[in-house]
Write a protein that binds this ligand. Sequence first.
Ligand code: AMP
Length: 251
Amino acid sequence: MEAPRERTAWLQGGGAVCRTPPRAVAQPSRLVLLGPPGVGKGTQAQLLSAHTGACALSTGDIFRIAKSGTVEHPSPAMRTAVACMNRGELVADDIVLSLVHERIRCLTCRGGFLLDGFPRTVAQAEALDQLLQQERLHLDAALCYELPAETILARLTGRRTCRICKAAFHITHHPPKIPGFCDHCGAPLVLRADDEPDAGRVRMAAFLKSTAPLISYYRGHGRIRMIDASGTPDDVFRRTLATLHPTVATR
Ligand code: AMP
């Protein structure tokens, strides 16, 4: 799998610009990825990013960077957000929405976008629709990945994430070439605090309560595409492309 795109504008916010922005394309892909924690959205977002050239934009990555201590003066709102994340709870809509507003240029980017982990509530989905409408942009589809609960739990506990570039691995399904270290940048791989079993259960409950209603929201708008997330990442990606054809163009 290719290294994730650089995404400075998204990861840092505050007017930061990407050194290598995505190439402007005639038919940019604009997609939302939905599904329970551990279903493999992040991996599919990385594969779609390599396929379409659009950036995979994860709101979770913004909070993880704030948590890593590389942000010099995190705001009180950001500290509250990181505490929520550590417990596996959702961060309040107003905090998430202000971060996304601050990064509007990533949504209007001529390379398109692949949103992973946002929106996570109906209020966030409505706000995203409003933003896109104001910018005269159209969401191609909301991809919803489905998997039985016991398979998800096994995936969550085996997941390892690069501390620096945030690439995702799995100790059995997608192991790194050198155990414990990232294939792309060589940094150590870590078990996310929110992948620990207790936080994992809280995250699953948050998904069922707040995020699952988004499936009806996007179904009501005729934009939902349900995808079976069983099998290898390549199996799931083949299904993803088949579902999207001919909506999504290759870069
Ligand atoms: P993720 O990497 O998408 O699983 O996100 C990790 C954590 O960040 C979540 O468990 C939440 O605590 C927080 N988070 C990320 N995105 C959102 C969002 N759109 N709304 C609320 N909380 C979020």
